[in-house]
Ligand binder design. Structure first.
Ligand code: GAL
Length: 829
């Protein structure tokens, strides 16, 4: 039954008039479902000034700049060795920022309830409307809302909102946090009788192929001064089709909340899985006298899962290995200002590699990330904290712990618990207090709160395993006695113990504690610079052995070999980690540190490095070679990836690696002459040839039963000659938000990538749009990500173009001294 029209209602839209925002009613079809909430992102004024600490002194004379949020002011700054944020924080400054905005509200809304919703402000935000103080929120990662109706002027009179964001006390993070209103802002307008904030909880307690029971817990809020009789109808839709509906009459007291439980069934449910992430929508309608006065949409999925002691994760009865990655929240050159397309691109790149899991290390993510994980099929570990009461950096959230942790955790649970992609809660990462009783008390408290709000998912915490860390590069020694040291693991507070690193622990654990489930919450911490190779690749290097290591001999500096041969001493190479995870069914999977490089924590080097080397994908979004190892293991896609490049000194012996699958063997040819046939033996994940360099063409052919499966070639490149531009999407939406990610390749005269080219590239854009980010993925670059020029790393660079609200042609040109320029057209429509 096509029923979509039923839940369309006239709602709110934003109209811009003379620079002032007005909310008013409309019935635009595209606003079905979302019209309770409208974007409040545009036309903010911003001022960065540490010296103004009081809102009453920000005065009219202060210089303001107009911008659209989400906004991260730190990313606009200069990398600074002396930045109080430290290298850990990406050597970018925090500071104190002020945002303000003027707006009007329709007179008709004066009988309604209006709230302002912030999805996240980093950090210590304080908000005023028309001079009235609404409150403070120290935690930068959690969403919050304030009801503003009592303080609003309606009709022609202006309203002013002021937001103070204080990220001046540094350091307060072990990674780059960004600063400002870095997530979306919304205005929500409802009837006085309405579904409360995060007021629905949808669960599917019993799922079979024939039938799923679906339960709704709905909190209705009555802000009228009189009690109300109403009907609450919850209807389930699969796309446009009405699937089931359940109705209940209620009487709710004046200024009261009431939670009701409803239950229904879905026949032959379409189950959510990583391959087919099928979603349903529950629409909660509140009616009074047969008139719908409030509607609230909740996306959910129907799936059945359990973590089995011997078989790992069973999703809808099928064993699924979690092929997960940890991700920090920055979006590379865009900083931490969220953009849905930028998150989607990251997830697309990871999905292509075979990733099916995301750990939101180490904080609640932007809501858009969770929506995308629901839609794209990722198994999410939603993590709350990187520290509890005991701080890891001087001014971090540990200082706010006592006052805020309960509320922050509850809000995360209420906000996130309907997402089908979330399969477990993590209440913390490597909490220092894990080694003493104070940690046990807090773990029990947090686990208790979590179970109170959601009993459908297991609780874990990412903990340090029982090993002696030996930073001299000697193998980690497993320490049996230390099993007792980790008090939280031993306390029974968690449903699943989370081990970070030390895969040496897994087999010991399974043998000695076969009844205590555990999961690899964090693994690997291997290191690579994209496109850079140290010969030879035979030995495993554990870095940082010393933090003062600087430039390697004859190389551009602070580089790490992209053969999978370098790891942090507490971690392991990609191959070593995957081999063990792959081997045992009882290991439900892993979350690799990390999917993408991130700003800050520049291990294994410090300054001048400012971003990480941990990513399987670099900061610009370009895969490093090991990406293809995973692709060959984790996807059905046929892979043959040959590396390194083929520009070396004559006679030098070069290790040539190939990752491949769906074939029995690979033969390598140098200038037409066979160098040998190789095939992976036993557990091997790649093949290798040692080849004396000779300029020309290196060609690999993979074969199955004697038949060619794939061929690939690498050629010696001549001098850099041309620029080539390739857009990930050449048509984007003209919505002022959408992005086209354009890759710049530096090629020789024959079209071969110049693998060491590091030319500075200048960009210009014609048309209605702007360049919003440039990046090469080089952790040592101190050029601004926000400029219009950038130096390439090993033949590649990225430029990001954003649309305006006007449609038309965007013409991007890239130029570099001595190279043939390139132009590409992107259409915004
Ligand atoms: C882990 C930690 C991560 C990151 C990583 C680097 O111990 O949980 O946040 O610091 O080390 O290897």
């Amino acid at each position: 039954m096509k029923n979509k029209g039923k839940y369309l209602r006239s709602g709110l839209s934003l109209v811009m008039l003379a620079g002032i925002i007005i909310f008013n009613s409309c019935s635009k079809k595209e606003e079905a479902f979302s019209n309770r909430k409208v974007s409040f992102n545009s036309d903010w004024s911003f001022h960065l000034n540490d010296s103004i600490a009081d809102k009453d002194t920000i005065g009219a004379s202060t210089k303001w700049r107009t911008l659209t949020v989400p906004h991260d002011w730190s990313i606009e700054g200069k990398f600074d060795e002396k930045s109080p944020a430290g290298y850990g924080g990406g050597a970018l400054n925090g500071g104190l920022g002020w945002y303000k905005k003027t707006f009007k509200v329709n007179a008709a809304d004066s009988s309604k309830v209006t709230s302002i919703i912030f999805d996240g402000v980093y950090r210590n935000s304080e908000v005023w409307v028309n001079g009235h103080y609404l409150g403070k929120r120290p935690n930068g990662y959690i969403g919050f809302q304030y009801q503003i109706s009592p303080y609003l002027n309606y009709g022609d009179k202006n309203n002013e909102i002021i937001v103070k964001v204080d990220n001046s006390k540094q350091p307060n993070s072990r990674w780059y946090s960004g600063s400002g209103i870095f997530r979306n802002v919304w205005i929500e307008t409802t009837d006085k009788l309405h579904v409360a904030q995060w007021g629905t909880y949808v669960t599917t307690p019993k799922v079979t192929v024939q039938k799923a029971s679906v339960q709704f817990e709905t909190t209705v809020q009555n802000q009228n001064a009189a009690s109300k009789k109403a009907t609450v109808t919850t209807t389930i839709y699969k796309e446009d089709t009405k699937v089931a509906s359940v109705t209940q009459d209620i009487t709710i007291g004046a200024n009261a909340n009431q939670t009701i439980k409803q239950q229904t069934e879905v026949e032959t449910p379409v189950l959510w899985s990583v391959e087919k992430p099928e979603l349903y929508t529950a629409v909660t309608a509140i009616s009074v006298d047969n008139q719908i006065i409030d509607e609230y949409k909740t996306n959910f999925g129907i799936r059945d899962f359990k973590f089995d002691l011997n078989k790992g994760l069973l999703l809808n009865g099928k064993q699924v290995k979690i092929k997960g990655v940890c991700m920090h929240h920055d979006l590379g050159p865009l900083g931490t200002a969220i953009n849905t397309r930028a998150i989607e691109r990251q997830l697309e790149i990871l999905k292509e590699m075979g990733v099916n899991g995301i750990r939101t290390s180490h904080n609640p993510p932007a809501p858009e990330l969770l929506d995308l994980c629901d839609k794209m099929g990722f198994i999410v570990m939603d993590e709350a904290f990187d520290m509890w009461k005991q701080s890891k950096t001087k001014y971090d959230y540990g200082n706010d712990w006592d006052k805020w942790h309960k509320k922050d955790l509850i809000d995360q649970l209420l906000r996130d618990r309907n997402h089908p992609s979330i399969f477990m809660w993590s209440i913390g990462n490597e909490i220092p207090q894990q080694w003493d009783e104070s940690g046990v008390i807090i773990a029990k408290e947090l686990a208790g709160i979590t179970r109170q709000y959601d009993k459908t998912r297991p609780i874990t915490a990412a903990m340090n395993p029982p090993v002696n860390m030996n930073l001299d590069g000697i193998d980690l020694q497993f320490d049996k006695a230390a099993v007792q040291y980790n008090k939280i693991a031993a306390s029974g507070a968690l449903d699943i113990i989370g081990y970070n690193y030390a895969h040496q622990t897994y087999e010991y654990h399974q043998k000695n504690f076969p009844k205590t489930p555990f999961i690899a919450t964090e693994t690997t911490s291997a290191l690579e610079t994209r496109g850079y190779y140290d010969e030879s690749s035979d030995s495993i290097k554990k870095w940082p052995v010393r933090w003062d290591l600087k430039f390697t001999d004859g190389n551009p500096g602070n580089t790490v070999s992209a053969y999978d041969q370098v790891q942090a001493p507490w971690g392991s190479t990609h191959e070593a980690t995957w081999k063990i995870i792959k081997k045992h069914d009882y290991l439900s999977g892993m979350y690799i540190w990390t999917g993408f490089d991130y700003i800050g924590e520049p291990t294994p080097y410090e300054w001048p490095s400012i971003s990480s080397y941990f990513g399987i994908v670099d900061l610009a979004g370009f895969p490093k070679d090991v990406y293809y190892m995973y692709q060959s293991e984790w996807t059905n896609k046929t892979v043959l990836h040959l590396f390194p490049h083929w520009n070396w000194k004559a006679g030098q012996t070069v290790d040539v690696w190939a990752y491949y699958n769906n074939a029995d063997e690979v033969e390598l040819f140098l200038n037409g002459k066979s160098v040998g046939v190789r095939s992976k033996k036993g557990e091997e994940l790649h093949v290798i040839w040692k080849v004396p360099f000779q300029a020309g063409t290196l060609k690999a052919v993979s074969r199955k039963n004697g038949k060619t499966v794939l061929e690939t070639e690498i050629k010696t490149a001549g001098n850099p000659s041309n620029l080539k531009l390739t857009a990930d999407r050449s048509t984007i939406k003209a919505d002022g938000n959408d992005l086209s990610f354009v890759t710049v390749d530096i090629l020789d005269a024959n079209g071969t990538l110049a693998p060491k080219a590091n030319n500075e590239i200048n960009f210009s854009l014609k048309g209605n749009g702007k360049i919003v980010g440039v990046c090469s993925g080089d952790p040592v670059s101190h050029e601004s990500y926000k400029g219009s020029k950038h130096t390439a790393l090993n033949g590649k660079c990225l430029v990001i173009v954003q649309s305006d609200t006007k449609s038309g042609r965007l013409e991007l040109t890239a130029k570099a001294n001595g190279l043939k320029p390139a132009t590409i057209v992107i259409t915004a429509e």
